[in-house]
Design a protein around this ligand. Sequence first.
Ligand SMILES: C[S@@+](CC[C@H](N)C(=O)[O-])C[C@H]1O[C@@H](n2cnc3c(N)ncnc32)[C@H](O)[C@@H]1O
Length: 244
Amino acid sequence: MPVDCFTERVAERYDASEAEMFAPAVVAPAVDVLADLAAGRPVLELGIGTGRIALPLGERGLRVHGIDLSPAMITRLRAKPGAERIRVTVGDFARTRVPGIFGLAYLVFNTIMNLTTQDEQVACFRNVADHLGPGGLFVIEVGVPALQRLPPGETIRPFTVSARKLGFDEYDVATQRLVSHHYSLVDGQSDGFSIPFRYVWPAELDLMAQLAGMKLRERWSGWGRKAFTSDSTKHVSVWEKPGR
Ligand SMILES: C[S@@+](CC[C@H](N)C(=O)[O-])C[C@H]1O[C@@H](n2cnc3c(N)ncnc32)[C@H](O)[C@@H]1O
């Protein structure tokens, strides 16, 4: 089982420290796209967290099941209105099997990178394919590795700098690992934590999908469904399991 980085200390501040990700202008476009792709079919969220996306999908009448490693994050989800509609399984989304066949599985907010080895990321694609019915879709939202922004010889890049929040990514190009260091000020108190990731390229994800028997259907630069280009800093990709 991977290490649970979203401990009580991280979970209790997650919604406040990621407040901009909970803004309706950020959540609504993601929920619109996911609801559209689900087309009424059951939905599986990998790394459901405190329910930022799952709860609004549940409100739209979709049947949502989530997997998460962190009991502390799930406790926060469980305390929110509408959580009674969401089923949750504690486990590693690379390998945990839950009952049911799904029309859509999704992994948002860079969470594929929480799997810190290529083997785990490949296992995750295979696990998703095992949960999807024919014509089922797998959606990933993840940043493009920002290596073009890393000056030669440097390993640290700031990803957020404001009066209340500082974030630095520390890259190791030899291993494709990075560590995100977060420092924030919440209710006048400062806090810091670091989370290990494995960054992953769009083409590498396509190969993982192929290994799992899925094929790329869409790649957008974001939830607005605009074209993905060489200037895009993130992508929302959709792979399809054949058979419908
Ligand atoms: C960045 S948070 C995203 C939460 C939620 N999806 C959101 O968009 O707000 C990542 C979540 O993935 C969970 N997670 C990370 N690695 C995991 C793994 N291997 N298996 C299951 N959950 C995992 C964490 O516990 C955390 O709740």
